[in-house]
Design a protein around this ligand. Structure first.
Ligand SMILES: Cc1cc2nc3c(=O)[nH]c(=O)nc-3n(C[C@H](O)[C@H](O)[C@H](O)COP(=O)(O)OP(=O)(O)OC[C@H]3O[C@@H](n4cnc5c(N)ncnc54)[C@H](O)[C@@H]3O)c2cc1C
Length: 308
């Protein structure tokens, strides 16, 4: 029986693990790979990279330490979490050898992140990371005076377009059919000179050579249009990876795990951190800080359990 099990090894899970190790907690970190989304990078042609915030480097340091302490983690996918009242049973699927297994832990930290929605069109996978990316707020500052394209289905893409308009030469903003957005917000974006709104269009595919260079969009059965740009962002509303614990903790209506200022959930022995939670800012530094706090809160819960 472990004192703490951490599900997910992105910045939130790795930071939680580091703090647990520092406190001498007997832990097991479980994820298919170490690093989470920080292993995905996006490059754009002639991108101006400002090396101001080096969050990824801290993740690499944590990852290296965990790899060295190889008894603290296992590479597996968690398939089910069962609350056994005095501990959790965590069922795993290890891809290597296709083996099924389980572990038990007194306390749980959920750091499973959120997944971006692919739109499944030609060229999307080919140019993923090569001009086509997600997380526009991480990159638009590095694209001054460029032509930027964004597609999405909610206020998220409108917000990203307004932010991009501060730096970019032009912003092509595609709102997909059946999108759920605030009309007033879109009107505000439309009033900005550098933003062109294409409402009710869908993306048909990306094309280019080394990098994506153009996208074809279409509204209904009308003639498709081709837009050229330097950067293409898929800014659909992400899906939190919270299905494993939705029966155990309270989530908001989109499935994000509700947490308080100590990263506690509605279950006294489950903590959560990073993009899977209601914290609402998908950035590495935020996930690192949240993970650190979840690690310390879990340590406190373990200590309190021993004293009671
Ligand atoms: C392309 C891209 C570029 C980005 N660029 C930047 C940037 O430049 N700067 C920045 O600050 N942010 C950037 N972000 C956002 C940043 O990567 C995320 O906010 C951050 O990684 C969230 O950390 P996390 O630990 O919460 O989740 P994640 O990094 O998503 O990690 C989640 C972990 O949970 C694991 N997991 C999920 N389900 C299970 C399961 N059932 N069993 C076991 N493990 C599971 C995953 O395998 C993964 O290890 C970018 C995101 C993307 C997609």
């Amino acid at each position: 029986m472990y004192e703490v099990a951490i599900v997910g090894a992105g910045p939130a899970g790795l930071a939680a693990a580091m703090y647990c190790i520092r406190k001498g907690v007997d832990l097991q970190l479980v994820a298919p790979t170490l690093g989470g989304k920080t292993t995905a990078t996006v490059n754009f042609p002639d991108m101006t990279e400002y090396h101001v915030i080096k969050a990824r480097e801290q993740v690499h340091v944590f990852r290296g330490r965990i790899e060295y302490l190889d008894h603290t983690y296992r590479l597996a996918h968690v398939t089910e979490i069962v609350d056994q009242r005095d501990h959790f049973l965590i069922r795993l699927h290890q891809h290597k050898g296709d083996a099924y297994d389980s572990i038990q832990a007194e306390t749980l930290i959920v750091a499973t992140g959120a997944r971006g929605e692919y739109i499944n069109v030609p060229g999307e996978r080919k140019f993923a990371g090569l001009g086509v990316g997600t997380s526009a707020i991480s990159y638009t500052h590095a694209l001054p005076d460029r032509d930027v394209f964004m597609v999405g289905n909610s206020d998220r893409v409108i917000e990203a377009a307004i932010e991009a308009a501060q730096h970019a030469r032009t912003v092509h903003l595609v709102i997909e059919p059946h999108a759920d957005y605030t009309h007033h917000y879109l009107e505000l974006a439309d009033r900005l000179e550098s933003i062109t709104v294409y409402n009710g269009y869908h993306v048909r595919g990306f094309a280019g050579e080394e990098f994506a260079r153009e996208v074809e969009i279409q509204r209904g059965a009308a003639e498709p249009r081709t837009i050229q740009a330097d950067a293409f962002f898929l800014e659909r509303e992400p899906e939190p990876n919270s299905a494993l614990v939705r029966h155990l903790v309270e989530c908001d209506d989109r499935g994000y795990i509700k947490i308080d200022e100590k990263n506690s959930t509605s279950h006294p022995l489950i903590f959560a951190a990073g993009d899977v939670t209601t914290v609402g800012i998908e950035q590495i530094l935020i996930a690192l800080g949240e993970g650190a706090r979840a690690g310390l809160s879990a340590y406190r819960a373990v200590t309190a359990g021993k004293l009671s």
